[in-house]
Ligand binder design. Structure first.
Ligand SMILES: *Cc1c(COP(=O)(O)O)cnc(C)c1O
Length: 339
């Protein structure tokens, strides 16, 4: 095979050897199947194509200094997928089956797991789709669960650094009682215009306020928001935010480091008071925020005065990465080490 240039991988799709699949038919999950096809055969009237019965997850496998392969918080991803399934009426895949599928697909594609030194990782993408041919709006009776993997480059090519964000009021990602708390493709379709607008304006990502009042912070693109001030880690509480597993992990580590943690509504004006802020998710762990502009109200909330990531963000980032790569101990059992 062609040698992979580990140092120059982007966050894109690259073909690997295998994917794994589990079909749901007649009210039951079937056997795990291994496939080397990148394609899915489906009926043109499948519910996933018309009515958005699609859920996905995102997690990573890391190769440690010791050569061992570690998968981060796969049970938490399994549970979040189950919650998404409740949200859009799909059958829940038991955690044990999810675990079996993740470990199998990672093992089968072992040669695509980047070396420790490269800073690259193996991205794992589970998805679940409604397969039944239907024209009426009802949940499908047949589903397909698939996991594929692809090697991805380090998020920060030139080292851990800050990025500018912009508040977009023209578009909402999710309604207060909508599907924002579920990891479904529809939320991403709803975010594409806001994301393009932010990029066209020269920002790295869009920043959402709550859809109802446009007063409170919701999310930054496809990542959760946190701010730090007065030795406190503050993250928004809202009914339309996707519960990030990275955020949940950072909350635990922040507490361990002696920070107080507050999960509560965060008004836009409070942005002016944070000493540090970041967007967090599996892709970047933490993407520190340099500033957040509110163009309509002619405001610019400058978070990082010197343009560098703050000390708490840096500590949290290093700590979480150290656990993921196995450089430091894993006190909460977040990591599954492959045999
Ligand atoms: C996946 C996702 C996140 C990040 O979740 P992690 O579990 O930390 O990767 C945040 N917001 C949205 C909208 C997402 O889809």
């Amino acid at each position: 095979m062609k040698e992979i240039d580990w140092k120059n991988l982007s966050f894109g799709y690259q073909k690997t050897d295998y994917n794994v699949r589990i079909n749901y038919r007649n009210g039951a999950w079937g056997e795990l199947e291994v496939s080397s096809s990148e394609e899915i055969n489906m009926h043109m009237a499948a519910t996933c194509l018309h009515y958005g019965q699609e859920a996905f997850e995102g997690l990573k496998a890391y190769r440690g200094k010791d050569g061992k392969i570690r998968v981060f918080r796969l049970e938490a991803n399994a549970e979040r997928l189950q919650s998404t399934c409740q949200g859009i009426l799909m059958p829940e895949l038991p955690t044990e089956r999810f675990r079996e599928a993740v470990l199998k697909v990672v093992k089968l594609n072992e040669r695509f797991i980047p070396p420790y030194e490269s800073g690259a990782t193996l991205y794992i993408r589970p998805l679940l789709i409604g397969m039944t041919a239907q024209v009426g709006v009802h949940p499908a009776t047949e589903y397909m669960f698939i996991i594929f993997v692809t090697p991805v480059g380090p998020y920060f090519k030139g080292g851990f650094s800050t990025n500018p964000y912009v508040i977009i009021r023209e578009f909402d990602r999710a309604a207060p009682l909508g599907t924002g708390i579920y990891k479904v493709g529809g939320n991403y379709a709803a975010s594409l215009r806001a994301n393009k607008m932010a990029h066209d304006l020269g920002y790295s990502c869009e920043f959402y306020l709550d859809a109802k009042e446009k007063k409170y912070i919701d999310e930054c693109g496809a990542a959760n928001f946190f701010g730090i001030k007065d030795n406190t880690y503050v993250t928004p509480k809202s009914t339309s935010i996707l519960p990030s597993i990275t955020n949940k992990s950072l909350i635990q580590l922040a507490q361990d480091m002696g920070l107080k943690v507050e999960r509560r509504p965060v008004g836009e004006e409070e942005l002016a008071t944070f000493e540090e802020a970041g967007a967090c998710g599996t892709a970047a762990v933490i993407s520190p925020i340099s500033k957040i502009d509110d163009l309509e109200n002619k405001k610019s909330y400058v978070i990082s005065k010197d343009g560098k990531p703050g000390p708490w963000s840096t500590k949290l980032y290093n700590k979480l990465r150290a656990i993921q790569y196995g450089d430091e101990s894993d006190p909460y059992g977040w990591v599954t080490v492959l045999d």
